[in-house]
Design a protein. Structure first.
Length: 549
C-alpha cells in the first residue's frame, strides 16, 4: 500500500480485523490497549488515534487510574473476527502509526481448560474431558476438609491463637478477579469489601450464571478461601475480607485486559492479596498491573494452568506466585501445568467447594484444577499477613531490601513440605505448609536462595522466550525478533498447537483435534519475522501431510 495515507492503511487493517456486531448479539466490542512511550504525551496520542480512526467512530479512554501510559482504544459497533491474526496485525500497525511501545488487541483466549462440573457417574471422567485424560474421577471417600488439613491451615490458625495474634486472615483483604460470586450458603457469612463488575461497568460483582462455559467458577474458588468454619467447606482464611471483582465471563473466555483492570482496582481499593484462578496469554497491560501491585506491597498469586502442560500467564510472570496442583496423596494432579516457573503446590484435585449451577439449588461438591490450589494458597498468604501484622511485614521486607511478595515467596518455599520423590524442578519447592510459614523467622532461606529472579522490567520478553524454549526448542527461543512486541501472538500460536485447537480471537468452544493438527495463521508482520529464523519457522509450520492427504 505504498503511497497510501497512513490513516487509510490503519483503517484498512482494523477493518480487516473486525466485523460489524449484529443487533443484540452480545459480542464484545473490539478493543486495543495502547502503551505509549515514556516521552510521549498520552493525551496527544489519544487525540491522534481518534482523529485517524474517525471514520470508525473510535474513542480512546484511560485503561486505569494507576497507569497514565496505558490507553484503551475502542471500536464501537465492531467485534474481532474469529481469526486472531488480523487483530494482531492491526495492533502492529497501531504501533507503527503512532510510534507506540506496544498495542495489544483484546484477544479472548481459552487456554485454561476447566471441566464441566456435571459428571457421567460416580467414577466417570468429567463430560468436558478435553484434553483427554486431564480430569480425575471424583473420590467420594474424601473428608470435606482434607485439603485444608493437607496444608496445615487449622494448625496455623491454632498457632496464631496461641500467641494471641489475629488468626484466620482477620483484617486482611483478599481480592479475586473471576466470574463474580453468586448467592450460596457457604458464602452467606463472609466479610465483603466493595467490589466491581468490569463487564457491565457497575459496582455489583454478582455472577449472573447466564453464560456458557463454567458459571459459578468464582463462587467455588471464593469458598475455598473464605468460607466460614461452621459451614461444610472451610476456607483457609475464613476471617479475611473478600473483594469480589467480576472481570471475566468464564475462564474459557478470558480477557487479560479486564484482569489487568481488576488488579488495578484491587490495589487502588486496598486489597492486600490478589488471587487469580485463571490463565491465558501474555499481556502488556496485565504485566504492568502486576508490577504495580507488587510494588504496592500486595501479594499476587495465580494458577499455574490446566491441561496445557506448561505454566500460562499471569502465573508465568516473575511478578506472580505460580501455584501448581496436587492430590490427596501428594502426587501432582494429572492436569496440573508444571515446569521451572512453578513456585509452590497445593491441593487441586477433588477439593470440596461451593457449587452453583443455573436452575439448580446451591450445593457442595468436589472440584479440580489449579484454580483451587491457588485459592487455598492465597488464604494462607492472608493468614501470614494477619499473624505478623501487615505493617510489620512491610517494614521487615524493606529492611531486607525485598518486596513483600519476594519475602513471602522466599518463606513459602523455605517452609514447604517436600514429600518423598518430590519433583522440585517441575512442581516447585513443595506443598504449602501454613503452620511452618507462620512460625518461620523472617530471615529463613536468605542464605540458601534468592527469589528475586530476573528483574521485573525484563519479564515480558523473557517469559515468552522461556515458554518457547520449553515447548518448542531452545534454538527457536533465540530467534532474532522483538519478543516483547510479538510475545502474545507467539504464545497463543504455540498454545493452540499444543492443544490442537483451531485459532480463534473470541475464545469459547471450538473444534478439537490432536495436538499439532492445526497450524497457526500468523499475522503478516510476525510471519515475516518468523520466516527469517529456521528453528522458529519450523516450529510454527503447518503439519506435514502424508502421501494420502
Amino acid at each position: 500500500m505504498a503511497g497510501v495515507h497512513p490513516d487509510v492503511v490503519l483503517q484498512t487493517n482494523i477493518d480487516a480485523a473486525t466485523i460489524a456486531i449484529p443487533d443484540a448479539s452480545g459480542l464484545p466490542e473490539a478493543r486495543f490497549v495502547l502503551i505509549v512511550k515514556a516521552e510521549q504525551d498520552p493525551l496527544e496520542v489519544a487525540a491522534a488515534a481518534e482523529l485517524a480512526l474517525a471514520p470508525l467512530k473510535a474513542r480512546v479512554e484511560r485503561l486505569s487510574n494507576l497507569d497514565h501510559r496505558a490507553l484503551l482504544l475502542i471500536i464501537p459497533g465492531r467485534t474481532f473476527k474469529g481469526d486472531p491474526a488480523p487483530a494482531f496485525e492491526a495492533g502492529y500497525e497501531l504501533v507503527r502509526r503512532f510510534s507506540l511501545e506496544a498495542a495489544e488487541p483484546e484477544v479472548f483466549s481459552d487456554v485454561f481448560p476447566e471441566p464441566d462440573l456435571r459428571r457421567k457417574g460416580p467414577a466417570a471422567e468429567a463430560i468436558d474431558d478435553f484434553p483427554p485424560g486431564c480430569w480425575a474421577p471424583e473420590q467420594p471417600e474424601l473428608d470435606k476438609r482434607w485439603a485444608i488439613e493437607q496444608i496445615f491451615a487449622p494448625a496455623a490458625w491454632a498457632a496464631s491463637e496461641a500467641l494471641q495474634r489475629p488468626s484466620r486472615g482477620a483484617g486482611i483483604v483478599i481480592a479475586q478477579p473471576d466470574t463474580g460470586i453468586a448467592s450460596h450458603p457457604e458464602l452467606a457469612g463472609i466479610m465483603q469489601a466493595a467490589g466491581h463488575d468490569f463487564l457491565d461497568d457497575n459496582s455489583d460483582p454478582t455472577d449472573p450464571l447466564n453464560y456458557p462455559g463454567n458459571p459459578g467458577h468464582g463462587t467455588g474458588t471464593a469458598s475455598v478461601v473464605v468460607s466460614p468454619e461452621a459451614d461444610e467447606v472451610a476456607g483457609t482464611a475464613p476471617k479475611a475480607t473478600h473483594m469480589s471483582i467480576r472481570a471475566i465471563e468464564s475462564v474459557i473466555r478470558l480477557s487479560q485486559v479486564n484482569v489487568a483492570k481488576a488488579i488495578d482496582f484491587a490495589v487502588e481499593h486496598g486489597a492486600h492479596v490478589i488471587t487469580m484462578s485463571l490463565g491465558g496469554i501474555p499481556s502488556f497491560s496485565l504485566h504492568r498491573a502486576l508490577t504495580r501491585a507488587v510494588q504496592s506491597d500486595v501479594i499476587v498469586l495465580a494458577a499455574a494452568g490446566n491441561c496445557v502442560g506448561l505454566v500460562v500467564w499471569p502465573a508465568r510472570y516473575d511478578a506472580c506466585v505460580a501455584v501448581a496442583g496436587t492430590n490427596n496423596t501428594d502426587q501432582p494432579w494429572r492436569g496440573s501445568s508444571s515446569g521451572a516457573d512453578v513456585d509452590i503446590a497445593a491441593p487441586g484435585e477433588n477439593v470440596f467447594r461451593a457449587r452453583v449451577e443455573p436452575g439448580k439449588p446451591p450445593s457442595v461438591g468436589q472440584g479440580q484444577g489449579t484454580s483451587f490450589a491457588v485459592a487455598l494458597t492465597a488464604g494462607v498468604a492472608a493468614c501470614w499477613l494477619a499473624h505478623h501484622g501487615r505493617a510489620n511485614v512491610i517494614a521487615a521486607a524493606r529492611a531486607r531490601g525485598e518486596t513483600v511478595q519476594t519475602m513471602f515467596l522466599r518463606l513459602l518455599k523455605a517452609t514447604a513440605r517436600r514429600p518423598a520423590t518430590w519433583d522440585s524442578f517441575n512442581m516447585g519447592a513443595g506443598v504449602v505448609h501454613a503452620q511452618r510459614l507462620l512460625q518461620a523467622d523472617f530471615d529463613l532461606g536468605r542464605e540458601q536462595e534468592t527469589t528475586a529472579g530476573v528483574p521485573i522490567a525484563e519479564a515480558p520478553a523473557l517469559s515468552v522466550r522461556r515458554f518457547v524454549a520449553e515447548s518448542v526448542s531452545v534454538e527457536a527461543a533465540h530467534a532474532d525478533l522483538d519478543w516483547n512486541l510479538h510475545g502474545p501472538e507467539i504464545a497463543l500460536s504455540v498454545l493452540n498447537l499444543r492443544l490442537g485447537r483451531a485459532p480463534s480471537a473470541r475464545g469459547g468452544p471450538r473444534p478439537e483435534a490432536a495436538p499439532g493438527a492445526f497450524a497457526p495463521n500468523l499475522s503478516p508482520t510476525l510471519a515475516a519475522a518468523v520466516a527469517a529464523d529456521a528453528a522458529l519457522a519450523a516450529a510454527l509450520a503447518p503439519p506435514a501431510k502424508d502421501e494420502h492427504g
